[in-house]
Design a protein around this ligand. Structure first.
Ligand SMILES: [Zn+2]
Ligand SMILES: [Zn+2]
Length: 792
């Protein structure tokens, strides 16, 4: 090149030979720009048609990966010889453009040029890269035709092509015919067998190879370690580890990484860790292997430490590192660490990587940080079924049914088809919302898509109908379930129990035991509340004792609260107090809340006062506690005490938790907050409520104003009760739904005593069935009575 510039300086014109030599020099040092200048010069001098100059240009462009230029120059040449064809073919193969190789080879076949072994080797490379089995088979038959069978290079190319196309048997056939396979072919064959899931065959081949004293290379050993890992043959893995030392590969990073994986996956975590610690050199793959090794062994907190060490050692985490560490954060429910990882993700510019985002969504969702999960979800450039399912299910599980369903609609708009998990997630969203219409739509979708026999979906459907208070539908679906596990039985038992069908719950429990299905904690909650509802004290006690004795389930506070409820409901207060003492329950608000309910029912002022004070001590911020206590005083006409409780409440600065109710009309859920006037139909609703009030007064209804704790005039108290959220919802439903339809209302708090009375009366006045699901249970109001028998 130096010579050339000298020539130029002295004004000497280059000829075809000097140009070709110059171009060769350019292609050796990949000097593309200089080469292009020479190309221009050759054009000016009319030397472009010269075979040498043309070939040299094709060679230069191919080596520099400029395949378009190379091919244009090539086809511009007046004639092409075998060497130039091969140069161009090889250029395409090097660029990894298998299809380009094959297209070019077809052109070559049409010309008179005969293809040599070298050409065929190059073409096979193209077949392997583009995984083109058919073309590979054509080349194979040409090899046989030309009598090249058994050739080492061609054999290696064929083995490679067949193995990349997943044809281990064909690869092996070719391999057997190679006269003197070198280590590259041996390795290719061993790797192929391992990757095609024939790890034991690959090990056999390795023994054969060693028996003819062929020395393994780096690739052979890596494949064998991976074979040992796949076969979970720890003993064999150890023997390969010994080979690593024997052949002097002990400092090879990839081999060590494979060995660490092997030890970790076979449960030898300590050996894996020891090997990792002893590695002189490590790369990011080593760290990632180590990190996910601990995750897979269930030692999640260790992965967190490893992540810290990795950063300390100055490594920059990649996508795999982040996915691995986020998985560990999810399992540990450690959102704090997860957030730190998130900042590293942003720092490393990986926050628009969909795989990383998906791992983030999963982590945030598992940790119940739904807002963060939403943000991550909205950043995704493309959402697949998996991510949709994660976001829908996690919203449903965190009681954000509305959001779950709106995501589901969005998913359908984007044309993504749900699977059984998505459908089950949506159904539990409907359950939490008591959205019967939404649930029914999903039911028909489940039916159309043929998921009805799926256990998840089946159980979710039963649950949805039960939570919407439709026990008949729940029952029919439950009976049709092909396989009924504990979860399915729990769903139906708790469904009966919450809907006030205690006898059926107990019957179902017996059937469950008869079918040999083991009950769990949830089953007993259902059973005990069923006993309480039916007033079955002895049976309740029997089940409570058998829980631990027969099934090894330790009673939780919730079970104890059921027991307290059973005893309280029938007025066995001495036994109840003994039970609380014996089970050491005095620090649990739930217990005292239950006691208070029983005291109110039986007018037990002494214990009621004790329970109320306890409750206020334990949860001074909760408004309902004050209401419950003041109700007890009010029923006994102790107005001074009522006043005292009111003052106490305002001195503690108790904030009212807004009552909120949901009701469905025409396929849409409507939300009502107490005293909220924002609903578009609010005027109509108020008129309806006034009209209903008149009818109520006509049948002798007197508002229980003791349920209002605010210091206001009596008339105002009446007004106050009238606009409780469930009444707004009811009025709305009466206006907007057909007269035969059951009205289903979901409420975020416990229904107040006054509303309970009103609902009973209105169910007969309006001749409508009203179902209210509050935080505790279902109230089915029908013809003036409620399924809870006025105890809740
Ligand atoms: Zn109320
Ligand atoms: Zn009720």
């Amino acid at each position: 090149m130096y010579m050339r510039s000298e020539m130029q300086n002295e004004g000497i014109m280059p000829n075809e030979f000097t140009l070709a030599t110059g171009l060769k020099a350019c292609s050796l040092c990949l000097a593309l720009d200089l080469g292009k200048q020479m190309h221009a010069q050759a054009f000016k001098l009319g030397l472009l048609l010269d075979l040498f100059v043309g070939s040299a240009l094709v060679d230069l462009y191919s080596k520099c990966g400029e395949m378009e230029l190379a091919s244009r120059t090539f086809f511009g040449m007046p004639e092409q010889n075998e060497v130039t064809w091969n140069v161009l073919l090889n250029g395409y193969a090097q660029a990894g453009d298998g299809i380009g190789v094959l297209k070019l080879f077809c052109c070559m076949m049409e010309s008179d040029v005969k293809s040599s072994k070298f050409t065929l080797t190059t073409v096979l490379k193209g077949c392997a890269n583009s995984k083109n089995l058919r073309q590979g088979q054509v080349i194979h038959s040409m090899i046989i035709k030309y009598g090249y069978e058994g050739d080492e290079f061609l054999g290696c190319g064929l083995v490679d092509t067949y193995s990349k196309c997943g044809m281990a048997i064909d690869a092996l056939e070719v391999f057997k015919k190679i006269k003197k396979p070198d280590i590259v072919v041996w390795s290719a064959m061993i790797t192929c067998l391992d990757q095609q899931g024939q790890s034991d065959e690959s090990i056999k081949l390795f023994h054969l190879m060693r028996s003819i004293s062929t020395r393994p290379n780096h690739y052979t050993i890596c494949s064998l370690v991976s074979a040992a890992t796949n076969m979970e043959d720890y003993q064999y893995g150890r023997s390969i580890h010994a080979c690593v030392w024997k052949y002097g590969f002990e400092t090879d990073i990839s081999i060590n990484n494979a060995l660490v994986t092997m030890y970790m996956k076979s449960g030898c975590v300590n050996e894996g860790a020891r090997l990792f610690e002893s590695m002189i050199e490590r790369d990011l793959v080593s760290w990632n292997t180590y990190l996910s090794g601990f995750h897979d062994s269930g030692m999640y907190d260790r992965s967190l430490t490893i992540f810290g060490h990795l950063l300390e050692d100055g490594f920059i985490p990649n996508m795999y590192t982040f996915i691995g560490i986020l998985r560990s954060c999810s399992c540990l429910l450690d959102v704090h660490f997860g957030r730190q990882v998130h900042t590293h993700i942003i720092k490393n510019d990986l926050d628009d990587n969909d795989f990383v985002q998906t791992a983030l969504i999963d982590m945030y969702a598992k940790c119940m940080c739904m807002e963060d999960a939403d943000v991550a979800f909205n950043r995704l450039s493309s959402r697949d079924l998996f991510t949709w399912t994660v976001i829908i299910t996690s919203h449903a599980q965190t009681n954000q049914g509305e959001k779950a369903l709106s995501y589901f609609r969005q998913m359908q708009q984007e044309g993504v088809k749900p699977n059984e998990f998505t459908l089950a997630g949506c159904l539990s969203g409907c359950s939490s919302l008591a959205s019967l219409e939404g649930g029914q739509q999903l039911h028909s979708m489940v039916f159309k898509r043929g998921h009805l026999s799926d256990m998840f979906v089946g159980s979710a459907l039963v649950d949805m109908y039960a939570k919407c208070g439709c026990m008949e539908e729940a029952e029919t679906l439950f009976e049709a379930l092909i396989c009924r596990d504990t979860v399915a039985w729990n769903t139906i038992i708790c469904g009966y129990s919450q809907n006030g069908q205690g006898n059926k719950a107990l019957e179902a429990f017996q059937m469950m035991l008869d079918e040999g299905i083991s009950p769990d904690e949830v089953t007993f909650i259902g059973i005990l509340s069923a006993c309480s509802h039916q007033g079955l004290v002895e049976e309740g006690k029997k089940h409570f004792h058998s829980m631990y004795r027969d099934f090894g389930i330790s009673p939780t506070v919730n079970h104890c609260a059921c027991m307290v409820d059973i005893l309280g409901r029938v007025g066995k207060f001495d036994e109840l107090e003994d039970f609380i003492k014996k089970m050491q329950l005095s620090q649990h608000a739930l217990i005292w809340e239950t006691v208070l309910g029983a005291c109110k029912m039986h007018g037990n002022l002494a214990l009621g006062e004790k329970a109320g004070n306890k409750l206020i001590d334990l949860q001074p911020e909760k408004e309902t506690n004050y209401i419950l206590l003041s109700n007890i005083f009010a029923t006994k006409g102790k107005w001074d005490d009522v006043k005292r409780i009111r003052t106490l409440m305002s001195s503690k600065g108790v904030k009212k938790e807004p009552g909120c109710s949901w009701v469905e009309a025409n396929g849409q859920a409507h939300t009502f907050v107490s005293h909220d006037c924002s609903h578009p139909q609010i005027q109509e609703i108020h008129l309806k409520l006034e009209e209903l009030d008149k009818e109520l007064t006509a049948v002798g209804y007197v508002p229980k104003t003791e349920y209002v704790l605010h210091n206001v005039e009596e008339t105002e108290k009446r007004e106050y009760l009238r606009y409780h959220s469930e009444r707004l919802a009811l009025a709305f439903a009466l206006i907007n739904t057909s007269a035969t339809k059951k009205i289903r209302i979901l409420k975020n708090l416990r229904i107040c005593g006054d509303c309970h009375d009103v609902m009973k009366l209105l169910s007969s006045i309006t001749d409508r069935e009203i179902v209210i699901r509050d935080v505790h249970r279902f109230h089915h109001f029908k013809s003036g009575a409620c399924s809870c028998n006025d105890f809740w």
